[in-house]
Design a protein around this ligand. Structure first.
Ligand code: PMP
Ligand code: GLN
Length: 380
């Protein structure tokens, strides 16, 4: 048979976590916390399982969770979503991204993605017969040059995928980015797929620039988020997407045959927790900023160089003072030499800049893990 994805291998996250386990390295590669979410949330899952909430959830998500999401969207972004038509709970953000791309991309449609890009976008576009158009963002700022984007738009361009706060660089959108995105999308009648899974992890008191804040832009956007990031529950795989009813109707046509619905007890537990603890979103930035600052301080005597990440739970570090080798090689060397796993970022580029000397560390870890890792890294 002909492979539908001939150039796609196993994702870097699986590769690096497996290598970390094999070498018993400290795993700062794949992005997940090494601590649990709030015990009240975990206990609610148990509660609902014992209550018998163990059968299919409604296709669009349990009503109490959609209601809690609606309140949160109103509170955080002043966005008034219709609970019945505009919100769908999915099996992680990954499913929402795939369902949205499948719902709209037709043979030959072009989709703009910004490299370094989260690795699920490109294969999802290709599987649907689309053509990913990669625009490289370059260090140190990784900022989007909207004129370059405008030049890349053709009459075949259907969707533009944006991701703020951005994995793997940590960069965040300004309100100017939203305006520029809106102008471009409006002028060329583009759909916007906005991956906002790190919406509540923005530092230094900055506001997350959700596409939902921009009323006209929200009308042509599907916004995707994930409870995995916000509630330290990446393994639950519960996410959601938000879009105007007409767009959401198309996404649901795919979602209902991709997974139909997502885990019932977890949705019910999240619904209760969201409704009872709206303050969780507000605490999260300082919770992660402390971790970022702790790790960066511990690394300050190392030969890595870096500027503090503005968002996400990732920190890029430049290793050029330690080794002058490509980042994938460096990541292997790092596991073997320092016993610490990181993610090379060239894998997120279609054409990586040749002199890229950056790796990504995940700081969603206990202080002891971060401190143990830094102790190893400062010896290099
Ligand atoms: N988008 C981005 C930018 C991510 O970093 C992740 C990873 N965790 C996802 C989507 C997927 O989220 P989920 O685990 O909820 O599927
Ligand atoms: N989003 C996580 C990361 O960037 C990984 C998700 C996954 O393993 N698929 O590390």
């Amino acid at each position: 048979f002909d492979s539908k994805l001939p150039r796609t291998g196993t994702t870097i996250f699986t590769q690096m976590s497996e290598l970390a386990a094999k070498h018993q390295a400290i795993n700062l590669s794949q992005g997940f916390p090494d601590f649990d979410g709030p015990s009240e949330l975990l206990n609610r899952v148990d509660h609902y399982i014992q209550q018998g909430a163990n059968q299919y959830a409604p296709m669009t998500g349990v009503p109490t969770l959609r209601q809690a999401i609606q309140s949160k969207l109103s509170r955080c972004y002043n966005h008034q979503a219709d609970v019945d038509t505009d919100i769908t709970v999915t099996s992680g953000a990954t499913e929402a991204l795939f369902a949205t791309i499948s719902a709209f991309v037709q043979q030959g449609d072009e989709v703009i993605v910004f490299d370094p890009a989260y690795d699920s976008y490109d294969p999802a576009i290709r599987l649907n017969g689309g053509i990913p158009v990669h625009i490289a963002l370059l260090p140190p700022s990784f900022a989007i040059d909207w004129q370059t984007v405008a030049n890349a738009v053709t009459e075949k361009t259907k969707i533009i995928i944006v991701n703020s706060p951005h994995n793997p660089t940590g960069t965040v959108f300004s309100s100017n980015d939203l305006d520029a995105l809106y102008e471009l999308a409006e002028q060329h009648d583009l759909l916007v797929l906005s991956d906002e899974v790190y919406e509540h992890i923005v530092f230094e008191g900055a506001e997350h620039q959700s596409v939902l804040r921009h009323k006209a832009l929200a009308k042509r956007s599907v916004v995707v988020s994930s409870f995995g990031k916000t509630y330290h529950t990446t393994g639950w795989k519960i996410g959601y997407c938000v879009a105007p009813a007409a767009l959401m109707a198309e996404v649901r046509k795919v979602h209902q045959y991709l997974t139909f619905s997502s885990s019932t007890p977890m949705q019910l537990a999240l619904a209760d927790y969201l409704a009872a603890h709206p303050e969780h979103d507000e605490i999260l930035p300082s919770f992660y900023q402390q971790k970022r600052d702790f790790f960066n301080k511990a690394m300050s005597s190392s030969r890595f160089t870096f500027t503090p990440s503005p968002g996400t739970y990732f920190q890029l570090m430049d290793y050029s003072a330690i080794q002058d080798i490509p980042d994938s090689e460096f990541a292997l060397w790092l596991i073997e030499t320092a016993g610490v796993a990181a993610i090379p970022i060239s894998v997120f580029y279609q054409t990586p800049p040749e002199d890229l000397r950056l790796v990504r560390f995940c700081f969603a870890k206990q202080t002891s893990t971060l401190s143990d890792a830094a102790k190893q890294l400062i010896t290099l």
